[in-house]
Design a protein around this ligand. Sequence first.
Ligand code: ASP
Ligand code: MG
Length: 404
Amino acid sequence: MLVVQKYGGTSVGTLERIESVASRVAKARDEGKDLVIVVSAMSGETNKLIEYAHYFSSNPSKREMDMLLSSGERVTAALLAIALNEMGHSAIALTGRQAGITTDNTHTYARIETIETSRLKTEINNGNIVIVAGFQGINKNGEVTTLGRGGSDLSAVALAGALNADACEIYSDVDGIYTTDPRIEPKAKKLDVISYEEMLELSSLGAKVLQNRSVELAKKMGVKIVAKSSFSDNDGTVITELDKQGDNMEEVLVSGVALDRNQARVSLRGVTDRPGIAAEIFSKLANENINVDMIIQNASENKTTNLGFTVPQNEIEDAKKVINSFDHDIESADYDESVVKVSIVGVGMKSHSGVAATAFSALAKSGINIEMISTSEIKVSMIIDEKYGELAVRVLHEVYGLDK
Ligand code: ASP
Ligand code: MG
Protein backbone atom coordinates (compact mmCIF):
# COMPACT_ATOMS: atom_id res chain seq x y z
CA MET A 1 0.00 0.00 0.00
CA LEU A 2 1.41 3.35 -1.08
CA VAL A 3 0.27 6.51 0.68
CA VAL A 4 1.23 10.09 -0.05
CA GLN A 5 1.05 12.29 3.04
CA LYS A 6 1.34 16.05 2.92
CA TYR A 7 2.08 18.17 5.97
CA GLY A 8 1.24 21.88 5.86
CA GLY A 9 3.10 24.81 7.39
CA THR A 10 1.48 24.68 10.84
CA SER A 11 2.03 20.92 11.07
CA VAL A 12 5.78 21.49 10.64
CA GLY A 13 5.85 24.96 12.22
CA THR A 14 8.49 24.22 14.87
CA LEU A 15 11.24 21.65 15.41
CA GLU A 16 9.00 19.94 17.98
CA ARG A 17 6.20 19.79 15.42
CA ILE A 18 8.56 18.26 12.85
CA GLU A 19 9.51 15.68 15.45
CA SER A 20 5.87 14.81 16.05
CA VAL A 21 5.27 14.54 12.28
CA ALA A 22 8.28 12.21 12.15
CA SER A 23 6.64 9.99 14.78
CA ARG A 24 3.41 9.96 12.81
CA VAL A 25 5.27 9.00 9.64
CA ALA A 26 7.26 6.35 11.50
CA LYS A 27 4.03 4.84 12.80
CA ALA A 28 2.57 4.58 9.28
CA ARG A 29 5.83 3.01 8.17
CA ASP A 30 5.67 0.45 10.99
CA GLU A 31 2.20 -0.47 9.73
CA GLY A 32 3.96 -1.54 6.53
CA LYS A 33 3.01 1.34 4.25
CA ASP A 34 5.23 2.68 1.50
CA LEU A 35 5.34 6.42 1.98
CA VAL A 36 5.97 9.56 0.01
CA ILE A 37 5.83 12.58 2.30
CA VAL A 38 5.36 16.07 0.88
CA VAL A 39 6.14 19.02 3.14
CA SER A 40 5.42 22.74 3.18
CA ALA A 41 7.77 25.34 4.50
CA MET A 42 7.57 25.92 8.27
CA SER A 43 4.64 28.27 8.93
CA GLY A 44 5.42 31.91 8.23
CA GLU A 45 8.63 31.00 6.41
CA THR A 46 7.43 31.72 2.87
CA ASN A 47 6.03 35.11 3.93
CA LYS A 48 9.29 35.92 5.68
CA LEU A 49 11.28 35.14 2.53
CA ILE A 50 8.96 37.35 0.47
CA GLU A 51 9.54 40.18 2.96
CA TYR A 52 13.29 39.68 2.70
CA ALA A 53 13.08 40.11 -1.07
CA HIS A 54 10.97 43.24 -0.69
CA TYR A 55 13.65 44.77 1.50
CA PHE A 56 15.72 45.08 -1.66
CA SER A 57 13.10 45.51 -4.36
CA SER A 58 9.40 46.17 -4.74
CA ASN A 59 9.42 44.12 -7.92
CA PRO A 60 11.99 41.34 -7.62
CA SER A 61 12.71 39.05 -10.56
CA LYS A 62 10.32 36.11 -10.55
CA ARG A 63 13.10 33.68 -11.37
CA GLU A 64 14.99 34.75 -8.26
CA MET A 65 11.77 34.62 -6.20
CA ASP A 66 11.48 30.96 -7.17
CA MET A 67 15.07 30.32 -6.12
CA LEU A 68 14.31 31.99 -2.82
CA LEU A 69 10.87 30.57 -2.01
CA SER A 70 11.69 26.98 -2.99
CA SER A 71 14.28 26.94 -0.19
CA GLY A 72 11.63 26.95 2.57
CA GLU A 73 10.28 23.52 1.64
CA ARG A 74 13.78 22.14 1.22
CA VAL A 75 14.62 23.02 4.80
CA THR A 76 11.60 21.14 6.14
CA ALA A 77 12.19 18.11 3.90
CA ALA A 78 15.80 17.72 5.01
CA LEU A 79 14.97 18.22 8.69
CA LEU A 80 12.21 15.62 8.55
CA ALA A 81 14.54 13.12 6.86
CA ILE A 82 17.20 13.75 9.53
CA ALA A 83 14.61 13.28 12.31
CA LEU A 84 13.38 10.00 10.77
CA ASN A 85 16.90 8.68 10.29
CA GLU A 86 17.56 9.39 13.94
CA MET A 87 14.49 7.29 14.83
CA GLY A 88 16.03 4.40 12.93
CA HIS A 89 14.03 4.76 9.70
CA SER A 90 15.70 5.19 6.36
CA ALA A 91 14.42 8.34 4.76
CA ILE A 92 15.70 10.53 1.95
CA ALA A 93 14.77 14.12 1.15
CA LEU A 94 14.38 15.20 -2.49
CA THR A 95 13.82 18.58 -4.14
CA GLY A 96 11.00 18.90 -6.65
CA ARG A 97 13.50 18.41 -9.43
CA GLN A 98 14.98 15.27 -7.88
CA ALA A 99 11.45 13.94 -7.47
CA GLY A 100 11.02 14.31 -11.24
CA ILE A 101 8.51 17.18 -11.28
CA THR A 102 8.63 19.18 -14.52
CA THR A 103 6.57 22.34 -14.94
CA ASP A 104 5.91 24.99 -17.55
CA ASN A 105 7.90 28.23 -17.57
CA THR A 106 5.58 30.44 -15.51
CA HIS A 107 7.80 31.50 -12.61
CA THR A 108 5.95 31.78 -9.24
CA TYR A 109 2.79 30.22 -10.67
CA ALA A 110 3.98 27.23 -12.66
CA ARG A 111 1.80 24.33 -13.80
CA ILE A 112 3.01 20.77 -13.39
CA GLU A 113 3.46 19.16 -16.82
CA THR A 114 4.98 15.75 -16.14
CA ILE A 115 6.30 13.66 -13.29
CA GLU A 116 9.10 11.23 -14.06
CA THR A 117 8.67 8.68 -11.29
CA SER A 118 11.69 6.40 -11.78
CA ARG A 119 13.83 7.98 -9.04
CA LEU A 120 10.88 7.96 -6.63
CA LYS A 121 10.18 4.31 -7.37
CA THR A 122 13.82 3.33 -6.93
CA GLU A 123 13.94 5.03 -3.54
CA ILE A 124 10.70 3.39 -2.45
CA ASN A 125 11.94 -0.03 -3.62
CA ASN A 126 15.14 0.52 -1.68
CA GLY A 127 13.02 0.79 1.44
CA ASN A 128 13.26 4.54 1.87
CA ILE A 129 10.61 6.88 3.12
CA VAL A 130 10.76 9.54 0.42
CA ILE A 131 10.38 13.12 1.59
CA VAL A 132 9.64 15.59 -1.19
CA ALA A 133 9.95 19.37 -0.88
CA GLY A 134 6.51 20.62 -1.93
CA PHE A 135 5.52 23.65 -4.00
CA GLN A 136 8.29 23.30 -6.56
CA GLY A 137 9.56 21.77 -9.74
CA ILE A 138 11.87 22.52 -12.59
CA ASN A 139 11.12 23.77 -16.09
CA LYS A 140 12.51 22.46 -19.37
CA ASN A 141 15.38 24.95 -19.20
CA GLY A 142 16.44 23.53 -15.86
CA GLU A 143 15.21 26.54 -13.90
CA VAL A 144 13.58 26.12 -10.50
CA THR A 145 9.89 27.04 -10.48
CA THR A 146 7.24 27.26 -7.76
CA LEU A 147 3.56 26.38 -8.08
CA GLY A 148 1.75 29.35 -6.50
CA ARG A 149 0.80 29.90 -2.87
CA GLY A 150 -0.47 26.79 -1.15
CA GLY A 151 1.18 24.76 -3.92
CA SER A 152 2.42 21.91 -1.74
CA ASP A 153 -1.09 20.47 -1.86
CA LEU A 154 -0.74 20.40 -5.62
CA SER A 155 2.64 18.64 -5.38
CA ALA A 156 1.10 15.98 -3.14
CA VAL A 157 -1.92 15.34 -5.36
CA ALA A 158 0.19 15.25 -8.52
CA LEU A 159 2.63 12.77 -6.95
CA ALA A 160 -0.24 10.61 -5.67
CA GLY A 161 -1.71 10.60 -9.18
CA ALA A 162 1.57 9.84 -10.93
CA LEU A 163 2.44 7.05 -8.49
CA ASN A 164 -1.10 5.69 -8.48
CA ALA A 165 -1.08 5.89 -4.67
CA ASP A 166 -3.89 4.37 -2.63
CA ALA A 167 -4.59 7.69 -0.92
CA CYS A 168 -3.37 11.21 -0.57
CA GLU A 169 -3.62 12.36 3.05
CA ILE A 170 -3.42 16.13 3.52
CA TYR A 171 -2.60 17.15 7.08
CA SER A 172 -3.30 20.61 8.49
CA ASP A 173 -4.43 22.04 11.82
CA VAL A 174 -8.12 21.46 10.95
CA ASP A 175 -9.55 17.95 11.20
CA GLY A 176 -11.64 18.01 8.04
CA ILE A 177 -14.35 19.83 6.12
CA TYR A 178 -17.34 21.09 8.10
CA THR A 179 -20.96 21.71 7.08
CA THR A 180 -20.26 25.38 7.72
CA ASP A 181 -17.78 27.59 9.57
CA PRO A 182 -17.99 26.44 13.23
CA ARG A 183 -17.18 29.99 14.36
CA ILE A 184 -20.51 31.09 12.86
CA GLU A 185 -22.55 27.99 13.72
CA PRO A 186 -21.15 25.96 16.63
CA LYS A 187 -23.48 23.10 15.63
CA ALA A 188 -21.53 22.60 12.39
CA LYS A 189 -20.65 18.95 11.82
CA LYS A 190 -17.58 17.43 10.28
CA LEU A 191 -18.39 15.68 6.99
CA ASP A 192 -17.20 12.08 6.54
CA VAL A 193 -17.17 12.36 2.78
CA ILE A 194 -17.67 15.05 0.17
CA SER A 195 -17.41 15.08 -3.62
CA TYR A 196 -14.76 17.04 -5.51
CA GLU A 197 -17.48 19.24 -7.01
CA GLU A 198 -18.92 20.16 -3.63
CA MET A 199 -15.46 20.77 -2.22
CA LEU A 200 -14.71 23.21 -5.04
CA GLU A 201 -17.98 25.07 -4.46
CA LEU A 202 -17.38 25.14 -0.71
CA SER A 203 -13.84 26.44 -1.14
CA SER A 204 -14.56 29.31 1.21
CA LEU A 205 -15.03 26.67 3.90
CA GLY A 206 -12.12 24.53 2.84
CA ALA A 207 -9.69 27.15 1.62
CA LYS A 208 -7.65 26.80 4.76
CA VAL A 209 -7.65 23.04 4.39
CA LEU A 210 -7.01 22.52 0.69
CA GLN A 211 -5.80 24.62 -2.19
CA ASN A 212 -8.45 24.79 -4.94
CA ARG A 213 -6.12 23.86 -7.78
CA SER A 214 -5.20 20.67 -5.97
CA VAL A 215 -8.85 19.63 -5.72
CA GLU A 216 -9.28 20.25 -9.45
CA LEU A 217 -6.24 18.11 -10.17
CA ALA A 218 -7.41 15.36 -7.80
CA LYS A 219 -10.72 15.28 -9.65
CA LYS A 220 -8.97 15.09 -13.00
CA MET A 221 -6.59 12.32 -11.90
CA GLY A 222 -9.07 10.48 -9.66
CA VAL A 223 -6.92 10.90 -6.55
CA LYS A 224 -8.78 10.24 -3.31
CA ILE A 225 -7.90 12.94 -0.77
CA VAL A 226 -8.25 12.57 2.98
CA ALA A 227 -8.15 15.91 4.81
CA LYS A 228 -6.92 15.32 8.38
CA SER A 229 -5.38 17.07 11.33
CA SER A 230 -1.79 16.40 12.35
CA PHE A 231 -2.76 17.49 15.86
CA SER A 232 -5.27 14.69 16.52
CA ASP A 233 -6.15 11.15 15.52
CA ASN A 234 -9.61 12.05 14.23
CA ASP A 235 -10.81 10.45 11.02
CA GLY A 236 -10.91 13.50 8.75
CA THR A 237 -12.97 14.03 5.60
CA VAL A 238 -12.65 11.98 2.41
CA ILE A 239 -12.86 13.97 -0.83
CA THR A 240 -13.65 11.70 -3.73
CA GLU A 241 -15.73 10.97 -6.84
CA LEU A 242 -19.50 11.34 -6.59
CA ASP A 243 -20.53 7.81 -7.54
CA LYS A 244 -18.15 6.31 -4.99
CA GLN A 245 -20.19 7.86 -2.22
CA GLY A 246 -22.81 5.14 -1.96
CA ASP A 247 -26.54 5.32 -2.45
CA ASN A 248 -27.56 7.03 0.75
CA MET A 249 -25.75 10.18 -0.37
CA GLU A 250 -28.76 10.77 -2.60
CA GLU A 251 -30.79 11.45 0.50
CA VAL A 252 -28.57 14.31 1.48
CA LEU A 253 -29.78 17.37 -0.38
CA VAL A 254 -27.38 19.93 0.99
CA SER A 255 -23.87 19.24 2.28
CA GLY A 256 -22.81 22.65 3.42
CA VAL A 257 -23.48 26.36 3.74
CA ALA A 258 -20.79 28.86 2.77
CA LEU A 259 -20.49 32.56 3.46
CA ASP A 260 -18.41 34.78 1.21
CA ARG A 261 -17.83 38.24 2.68
CA ASN A 262 -15.60 39.44 -0.12
CA GLN A 263 -18.46 40.64 -2.31
CA ALA A 264 -19.61 43.97 -3.69
CA ARG A 265 -22.57 44.80 -5.88
CA VAL A 266 -22.54 47.08 -8.89
CA SER A 267 -25.88 48.45 -10.18
CA LEU A 268 -25.98 50.22 -13.52
CA ARG A 269 -29.02 52.26 -14.55
CA GLY A 270 -29.96 53.60 -17.94
CA VAL A 271 -27.62 51.36 -19.90
CA THR A 272 -28.02 51.91 -23.68
CA ASP A 273 -29.93 48.88 -24.95
CA ARG A 274 -28.10 47.88 -28.10
CA PRO A 275 -26.57 44.60 -29.24
CA GLY A 276 -23.04 44.23 -27.96
CA ILE A 277 -23.20 46.56 -24.97
CA ALA A 278 -23.03 43.72 -22.40
CA ALA A 279 -20.19 42.15 -24.34
CA GLU A 280 -18.28 45.45 -24.25
CA ILE A 281 -18.76 46.03 -20.53
CA PHE A 282 -17.95 42.50 -19.45
CA SER A 283 -14.99 42.00 -21.77
CA LYS A 284 -13.47 45.21 -20.52
CA LEU A 285 -13.95 44.02 -16.92
CA ALA A 286 -12.41 40.67 -17.84
CA ASN A 287 -9.44 42.37 -19.48
CA GLU A 288 -8.77 44.12 -16.18
CA ASN A 289 -8.88 40.70 -14.47
CA ILE A 290 -12.02 41.58 -12.54
CA ASN A 291 -13.95 38.46 -11.57
CA VAL A 292 -17.61 39.10 -12.26
CA ASP A 293 -19.84 36.61 -10.50
CA MET A 294 -23.62 37.09 -10.63
CA ILE A 295 -25.17 39.09 -13.45
CA ILE A 296 -28.76 40.32 -13.70
CA GLN A 297 -30.21 42.25 -16.61
CA ASN A 298 -33.72 43.64 -16.42
CA ALA A 299 -36.19 43.84 -19.29
CA SER A 300 -35.56 47.13 -21.02
CA GLU A 301 -37.78 50.18 -21.27
CA ASN A 302 -37.31 53.23 -23.51
CA LYS A 303 -34.17 51.83 -25.15
CA THR A 304 -32.30 51.55 -21.86
CA THR A 305 -31.90 48.74 -19.39
CA ASN A 306 -30.61 48.12 -15.87
CA LEU A 307 -27.71 45.80 -15.21
CA GLY A 308 -26.50 44.44 -11.90
CA PHE A 309 -23.55 42.24 -11.05
CA THR A 310 -21.18 41.33 -8.23
CA VAL A 311 -17.39 41.47 -8.03
CA PRO A 312 -14.95 40.64 -5.23
CA GLN A 313 -14.84 43.60 -2.83
CA ASN A 314 -11.13 44.14 -3.33
CA GLU A 315 -11.71 44.57 -7.08
CA ILE A 316 -14.41 47.23 -6.77
CA GLU A 317 -12.11 50.22 -7.34
CA ASP A 318 -10.86 48.68 -10.59
CA ALA A 319 -14.46 47.97 -11.59
CA LYS A 320 -15.39 51.62 -11.01
CA LYS A 321 -12.68 52.75 -13.39
CA VAL A 322 -13.98 50.44 -16.10
CA ILE A 323 -17.59 51.57 -15.57
CA ASN A 324 -16.60 55.25 -15.66
CA SER A 325 -15.09 54.73 -19.10
CA PHE A 326 -18.62 53.96 -20.39
CA ASP A 327 -20.03 57.35 -19.41
CA HIS A 328 -22.10 57.89 -22.54
CA ASP A 329 -23.62 54.40 -22.43
CA ILE A 330 -24.43 54.27 -18.71
CA GLU A 331 -26.63 56.88 -17.02
CA SER A 332 -25.69 56.15 -13.43
CA ALA A 333 -23.89 53.55 -11.36
CA ASP A 334 -24.03 52.73 -7.71
CA TYR A 335 -21.81 50.50 -5.67
CA ASP A 336 -22.67 48.59 -2.53
CA GLU A 337 -19.90 46.96 -0.56
CA SER A 338 -22.09 45.96 2.35
CA VAL A 339 -23.32 42.72 0.80
CA VAL A 340 -22.31 39.10 1.28
CA LYS A 341 -22.96 35.92 -0.65
CA VAL A 342 -24.42 32.93 1.15
CA SER A 343 -24.50 29.62 -0.72
CA ILE A 344 -25.95 26.20 -0.13
CA VAL A 345 -24.08 23.38 -1.85
CA GLY A 346 -24.97 19.74 -2.40
CA VAL A 347 -24.87 17.12 -5.15
CA GLY A 348 -28.22 15.83 -3.90
CA MET A 349 -30.05 18.91 -5.16
CA LYS A 350 -29.37 17.88 -8.78
CA SER A 351 -32.25 15.44 -8.74
CA HIS A 352 -34.61 17.34 -6.44
CA SER A 353 -36.68 20.38 -7.14
CA GLY A 354 -37.75 22.74 -4.40
CA VAL A 355 -34.37 22.90 -2.69
CA ALA A 356 -33.94 26.56 -3.61
CA ALA A 357 -37.50 27.42 -2.58
CA THR A 358 -36.79 26.04 0.89
CA ALA A 359 -33.85 28.43 1.20
CA PHE A 360 -35.85 31.43 -0.02
CA SER A 361 -38.70 30.86 2.40
CA ALA A 362 -36.35 30.20 5.32
CA LEU A 363 -34.66 33.55 4.71
CA ALA A 364 -37.99 35.29 4.20
CA LYS A 365 -39.24 33.98 7.57
CA SER A 366 -36.23 35.58 9.21
CA GLY A 367 -36.94 38.86 7.44
CA ILE A 368 -33.84 38.62 5.23
CA ASN A 369 -34.22 40.21 1.82
CA ILE A 370 -32.55 38.45 -1.11
CA GLU A 371 -31.02 40.92 -3.57
CA MET A 372 -29.66 38.54 -6.19
CA ILE A 373 -29.83 34.81 -6.86
CA SER A 374 -27.79 32.45 -8.97
CA THR A 375 -28.10 28.70 -9.26
CA SER A 376 -26.13 25.81 -10.71
CA GLU A 377 -26.75 22.05 -10.59
CA ILE A 378 -25.25 21.75 -7.13
CA LYS A 379 -25.38 25.28 -5.70
CA VAL A 380 -27.76 28.11 -4.88
CA SER A 381 -26.14 31.45 -4.06
CA MET A 382 -27.88 34.51 -2.67
CA ILE A 383 -26.64 38.07 -2.26
CA ILE A 384 -27.94 39.65 0.94
CA ASP A 385 -27.17 42.56 3.26
CA GLU A 386 -23.97 41.80 5.15
CA LYS A 387 -25.58 42.41 8.52
CA TYR A 388 -27.69 39.27 8.02
CA GLY A 389 -24.85 37.09 6.70
CA GLU A 390 -24.22 35.01 9.80
CA LEU A 391 -27.91 34.75 10.67
CA ALA A 392 -28.59 33.46 7.15
CA VAL A 393 -25.90 30.80 7.55
CA ARG A 394 -27.48 29.57 10.81
CA VAL A 395 -31.02 29.63 9.38
CA LEU A 396 -30.02 27.65 6.28
CA HIS A 397 -27.86 25.25 8.29
CA GLU A 398 -30.91 24.43 10.38
CA VAL A 399 -33.54 24.25 7.67
CA TYR A 400 -31.55 21.57 5.81
CA GLY A 401 -30.93 19.62 9.00
CA LEU A 402 -27.16 19.93 8.80
CA ASP A 403 -26.87 19.99 12.60
CA LYS A 404 -28.41 16.50 12.82
N1 ASP B 1 5.05 27.43 1.40
C1 ASP B 1 4.15 27.74 0.33
C2 ASP B 1 3.14 28.77 0.78
O1 ASP B 1 3.18 29.22 1.90
C3 ASP B 1 3.49 26.53 -0.23
C4 ASP B 1 2.61 25.77 0.73
O2 ASP B 1 2.67 25.93 1.94
O3 ASP B 1 1.83 24.94 0.25
O4 ASP B 1 2.32 29.19 0.01
MG1 MG C 1 -0.22 25.88 3.13
